[in-house]
Every structure is written in structure tokens, then in C-alpha cells.
Design a protein around this ligand. Structure first.
Ligand code: NAP
Ligand code: HSE
Length: 427
């Protein structure tokens, strides 16, 4: 058997501790599959004394993750600290400069710095892998870069944030409040250090930008993703959607349109009976369409200790086997830099308004929609809830730019008591 692969782990939180458990529990299995043993040499985190539920006594300790990345006795750095800049970026760059392979779960960092890091890794002839950064335990990067390598990809879509799917489905199931369910997701280790990244849609948008780059041979352009979070979704929206046969999902879509790359991450209504509609809890689902293969679907746990550590270690095993591939499926200096698509396709929309209960308000609202060519398909006004009269409208297919103009005009009405909620209906 060849020399052991010597690894260092920067970050010993939910994911880092999970990685240590796998290496300690599955040492023989990893060695058999990789053809060489995988040994943890050194570790780093903020606190040296915190109990992490694993025995760390055998590993060298570094207070500074950059010093960890420089160690001569390390072949591969695993970065699972998080943060788009700061020590995570510093230690990854140091590792690459020192000719060490890197495996990271850090989508925030790669969504911003992925292109320059890919160039750095490829010039150094080392691997930079990120399976765990996208859709937790689902091997979606491997599917795109290997299993589907013979296809032109036409569309990638899916649910890519476990915390949001957990919140939306548990609220529906139990009627529990948004804040209580978010707290559960944090306790279960699903949420980001700042959960605003989850519920604001940014975490899922980071993931979508990485998948889009890999699928479409493009540089990562997180700045081109249209992002909306789930913060304004209420239990009433979830129930209204259910009444109409839909469920609300934070859904990402990336596709190459005629005028550029469309990337959007938004809460949408999807048919309750569809595979996406049936996705429960922390699960993620990614749908990839290729020109020869057709549609392929991947489902699994999108967050948490075990699934994420599993994805990290799959990358480590590949590197131990000697597999060093371009970071985004083709050499980074050949990746295109497409514009953001401006139009987006037409769709039906679910609209919820909070209106003051006065004569003429509904007529005024309908007339604004009409002037912008937004046609009403269904409408329901609920009883005054003590503060406002909630009105729900489902439109016929319309373009988002026209709808946004209409909504801006409606928002300016004195009778409109809160910013309207507009959710795309994905068929
Ligand atoms: P976490 O539980 O908050 O752990 C972060 C770890 O990094 C902690 O051990 C912390 O040390 C250490 N750390 C933070 N700042 C540091 C610094 N300046 N110097 C040294 N160590 C530092 O986070 P996590 O959930 O494991 O997530 C880690 C990464 O994986 C993030 O990029 C996240 O986006 C990604 N990820 C997470 C999941 C998930 O389900 N949790 C899934 C996919 C990807 P202390 O413990 O001493 O404070
Ligand atoms: N916070 C992320 C989620 C972790 O909930 O999906 C997995 O990337």
C-alpha cells in the first residue's frame, strides 16, 4: 500500500467533528477503498479545550489555521470553519501556495473567490474539492463533473438549503412559529453560523452559483444570482398554497437563456404532488437536465454532521486515489463569463396583499394590475384580521418586470399596509 494521505482539519464544529468520527470509525474501510490510509495529523479551531464529543488527543494542535496549512507533515487541508474571507480564505490560499490539496465545505468562500482559487489550485497541480459545499450529502458535484460529463446541461434546479426546507415543512406540519422552528434547525446543526444566510436565500444562492459554474462551463458569478429569502413567508401563505394544491419551496433555477445565464433562488409554489413538493425536512433535491441523458434527480439530506462529513470524506478518498481534476469540471482559464440573463421566463404568480378595508381599494388594485397587463386568474379576500384585509391573487402567466412595476405602484397606495408578497408558481 502507498504512503498514508496526511490530513489537517481547520474547524471542529458540526462538520469537523463529523469528519473526525468517520476517520476514527472507518479507517480500515477508507484505506481499502482509497488504496492507502488516511491519517489525521493536525487540527485547529478557536477553543482548544471545548468538548467536541471526539477524542482529539492523538493530533497536533495549531491555534492558527494558517500555520496548520503550512505544516510540512500535511498533504491535504480540510477547511470547515466557514466565512467567505478571513481565516478560511487565508488558510486555503496558504495550503494551495504550499502545494497541498484542499477540501472545503465553504460555499460562501467559493461563491466569491472560487475562480481565483481554482486558477491557483490548477497552477499548483493540486485538487480543490467542494462536494460538501453543495446539497450536503448528495454527490451532485460528482454527478455533474463525472457522471454527466458527456452532456450539454440545459437546466439545473432544486431545493438546496436544508434549514429553509425544514422550516417550511415543519411549520406546515405542526403550526409551530417560524422562530421556534429556526431555533430547532440551529440546534440540529443545520443552520449557518449566521442563520440570516439560510433564510435570506444567500446560502442556497451560493450553492446554485457553484452548480451553475460547473454545469455551464462558466466562471462562478454569485453577483448575478437573483435572490429572495423566505423571511416574509407566513403560515397563512403556506396554508393558502396548500389549499390550491401547492407547497412553498426555496427553489433555485439555473439555465442558459439566449441573452445569458439565468440564476435565481426564490421561494416558489410547486405542485404538492410533485417530487419537489413532497420533499420534507432537511432534505435537498437537485434536478439536472442533460441533452442526451434527459432528466436526472438527486435527493438526500442537505445539512447536518453526518451527511456533510460524508461528502467531505468522499472528496478526500478521491484525492487519496490520485484523482486531481479541474475544480469546475474544465480548466478554470477556459471557463466562459456569460452575462446575467435579464428576462427570465413568464410564470403565474401567487400574490398576497395587506390592505385597509375601504371601498374602492380592490378596484384600484385590479386596475393597476390591468394597466401593467397582469391578468388575474383567481382571487380570494379573507376577513379583516384586526389589522388589515388580506387579499390573495393568482395571476395568469406574466413577466416579472411588468409584475414588479405593478407591485411598486400598489405598494405606494396609502391603502396598501405592507409590502406585497409575490411568489412564482413553478409548474
Ligand atoms: P460550526 O459548527 O460553527 O464550526 C465552525 C468551526 O470553525 C468551529 O470549530 C470553530 O471553532 C472554528 N472556527 C471558526 N472561526 C475560526 C477561527 N477564526 N480560527 C480557528 N477556528 C475557527 O460550523 P459548521 O456547521 O461545522 O460549518 C462549517 C463549514 O461547513 C461552513 O463553511 C458551512 O457553511 C459548511 N457547511 C455546513 C453544513 C452543516 O450542515 N453544518 C453543511 C454544509 C456545509 P470553535 O469550535 O472553537 O468555536
Ligand atoms: N445551512 C445549510 C443548509 C447547511 O441548511 O442547507 C448545508 O449547506
Amino acid at each position: 500500500m502507498s504512503e498514508p494521505l496526511r490530513i489537517a482539519i481547520a474547524g471542529l464544529g458540526t462538520v469537523g467533528a463529523g469528519i473526525v468520527k468517520i476517520v476514527q470509525q472507518h479507517g480500515a474501510l477508507l484505506a481499502a477503498r482509497a488504496g492507502r490510509s488516511v491519517e489525521i495529523v493536525a487540527i485547529s479551531a478557536r477553543s482548544r479545550t471545548k468538548d467536541r464529543g471526539v477524542d482529539l488527543a492523538a493530533y497536533a494542535w495549531e491555534d492558527d489555521p494558517v500555520a496548520l496549512a503550512r505544516r510540512d507533515d500535511v498533504d491535504l487541508l480540510i477547511e470547515v470553519m466557514g466565512g467567505e474571507d478571513g481565516p478560511a480564505k487565508a488558510c486555503v490560499e496558504t495550503a494551495l501556495q504550499n502545494g497541498k490539496h484542499v477540501v472545503t465545505a465553504n460555499k460562501a468562500m467559493l461563491a466569491i473567490h472560487g475562480q481565483e482559487m481554482a486558477i491557483q489550485a490548477e497552477r499548483a497541480g493540486v485538487a480543490l474539492r467542494y462536494e460538501a459545499a453543495v446539497a450536503g450529502g448528495i454527490p451532485i458535484v460528482k454527478a455533474l463533473t463525472e457522471g454527466l460529463a458527456a452532456n450539454g446541461i440545459t437546466r439545473v434546479m432544486g431545493v438546496m438549503n436544508g434549514t429553509c426546507n425544514y422550516i417550511l415543512t415543519v411549520m406546515e406540519e405542526t403550526g409551530a412559529s417560524y422562530n421556534d422552528v429556526l431555533k430547532d434547525a440551529q440546534d440540529l446543526g443545520y443552520a449557518e453560523a449566521d442563520p440570516a444566510a439560510d433564510v435570506g436565500g444567500f446560502d442556497a444562492a451560493h450553492k446554485l452559483s457553484l452548480l451553475a459554474a460547473t454545469a455551464f462551463g462558466a466562471q462562478v458569478r454569485f453577483d448575478n444570482v437573483v435572490i429572495e429569502g423566505i423571511e416574509r413567508i407566513t403560515l397563512a401563505d403556506i396554508e393558502n398554497a396548500a389549499d390550491m394544491g401547492y407547497r412553498i419551496k426555496l427553489l433555485g433555477v439555473a439555465r442558459m437563456a439566449q441573452d445569458g445565464l439565468e440564476q435565481r433562488m426564490q421561494p416558489c409554489l410547486v405542485p404538492a404532488a410533485s417530487p419537489l413538493g413532497q420533499l420534507e425536512g432537511v432534505s435537498n433535491m437537485v434536478v439536472v437536465e442533460g441533452d442526451h441523458v434527459g432528466q436526472t434527480v438527486y435527493q438526500g439530506p442537505g445539512a447536518g454532521e453526518g451527511p456533510t462529513a460524508s461528502a467531505v470524506m468522499a472528496d478526500v478518498v478521491d484525492i487519496a486515489r490520485g484523482l486531481v481534476m479541474p475544480v469546475f469540471g474544465q480548466p478554470a482559464d477556459t471557463l466562459a463569463r456569460p452575462n446575467a440573463s435579464s428576462a427570465g421566463s413568464d410564470a403565474r404568480y401567487y400574490l398576497r396583499f395587506s390592505l385597509s378595508d375601504q371601498p374602492g381599494v380592490l378596484a384600484e388594485l385590479a386596475s393597476i394590475l390591468g394597466r401593467h397587463d397582469v391578468s388575474i386568474n383567481r382571487m380570494r379576500q379573507y376577513d379583516h384580521d384586526g389589522q388589515a384585509a388580506p387579499l390573495v391573487i393568482v395571476t395568469h402567466a406574466t413577466g416579472r418586470p411588468a409584475l414588479d412595476l405593478a407591485l411598486a405602484e400598489i405598494s405606494a397606495l396609502s391603502a396598501c399596509l405592507a409590502a406585497p408578497v409575490a411568489l412564482r408558481i413553478e409548474s
